[in-house]
Design a protein around this ligand. Structure first.
Ligand code: NAP
Length: 286
């Protein structure tokens, strides 16, 4: 029951209305019998700084930060974990003992979570897209010791910025999506990760619903594992296509829950978080 003592966690971003974080977090909070709720709060850019500063004064214990604020929030934290500094992306804030925000990143943990339970050849990997989520995915692949990480993206500028961010990692190379080499990269890949939003739309021809179109995927090999960060729809058109080709596929549901569970554990000083309760809640909702 919400009482006069109930405090809260929140997701801040723009937009947030599509987010399933309130579903998984409120299921876990209820199960853990904590007197807290989790809200999704849309916030415009001009208000962002004042909203974050105000929230720490009104009983908010922790925040998730999403598009487009994962970088902008750095200035508002009194301390930031080394991994969030390296990736230049914060997705979780916690109110510390000085009533200031401490920032960290739980997306890498979330990305790696479903890969821990499968047999994985950590040789050749491909990341599609060069946006915010690609950073955490690349760090996750580095942590898993992949020998080669090819980033394929349509935007040369953000591709260069991303590869520069990992300049000291010799196993990382960037390719624009119309590069002739992409065909052999796809053919040889052990793991392909889609971090583009292509496939979130439910309607359209297959050409529009697969990242970089159908031709891009013509050399796909059934031995390749294909991981799509999108969790709704599930399976995505890409995963349905790859499944038919005989590939093992992974959607973004477990990543979403694992990063959320890690944030909740950070906020509650290491409480054991009920992953299955969160998983059931999202499956029931979708
Ligand atoms: P983002 O920062 O906007 O990056 C998206 C990337 O995809 C950019 O490189 C963008 O290129 C590229 N892109 C967009 N539309 C494209 C198209 N039609 N064809 C080819 N490339 C395209 O977004 P993000 O934060 O990285 O999130 C990306 C996706 O991952 C979203 O679907 C999000 O829901 C999902 N995600 C899931 C989880 C999870 O927990 N499961 C966590 C994080 C993100 P341009 O720069 O040229 O626009």
């Amino acid at each position: 029951m919400i009482t006069s003592r109930t405090s809260f966690f929140a997701l801040i971003g723009n937009p947030v209305s599509h987010s399933l974080s309130p579903i998984i977090h409120n299921a876990a909070l209820q199960y853990l019998e904590l007197d807290m709720v989790y809200l999704a709060i849309p916030c415009e850019e001009k208000d962002f700084k004042s909203v974050i500063r105000s929230l720490k004064k009104i009983n908010c214990k922790g925040l998730n930060i999403t598009i487009p604020y994962k970088e902008k929030v750095f200035d508002l934290c009194s301390e930031v974990s080394p991994i969030a500094k390296k990736l230049k992306a914060i997705n979780t804030l916690k109110l510390n003992s000085h009533k200031e925000w401490s920032g960290t990143n739980t997306d890498i943990y979330g990305f790696n979570y479903p890969l821990k339970s499968i047999e994985l050849i950590t040789n050749k990997s491909i990341v599609l897209g060069s946006g915010g989520a690609a950073r955490s995915v690349i760090q996750g692949l580095i942590d898993l010791n992949f020998s080669e990480i090819a980033i394929i993206a349509r935007n040369k500028d953000s591709l260069n910025e991303l590869t520069n961010n990992f300049a000291n990692q010799r196993q990382i190379k960037g390719y624009v999506s119309n590069d002739e080499q992409t065909c052999s990269l796809i053919e040889d890949a052990d793991l392909i990760v889609n971090t583009t939003p292509v496939g979130m739309e439910k309607l359209g021809s297959l050409r529009d619903l697969l990242p970089f179109g159908t031709n891009f995927w013509k050399s796909l090999n059934p031995k390749t594992i294909v991981y799509d960060l999108i969790y709704n729809p599930s399976p995505t058109p890409l995963l349905r296509f790859c499944d038919k080709k005989g590939c093992m596929t992974i959607d973004g549901t477990k990543m979403l829950i694992a990063q959320g569970a890690k944030s909740l554990s950070f906020w509650t000083d290491g409480l054991e978080i009920p992953f299955e309760i969160m998983y059931d809640a999202i499956k029931k909702y979708i």
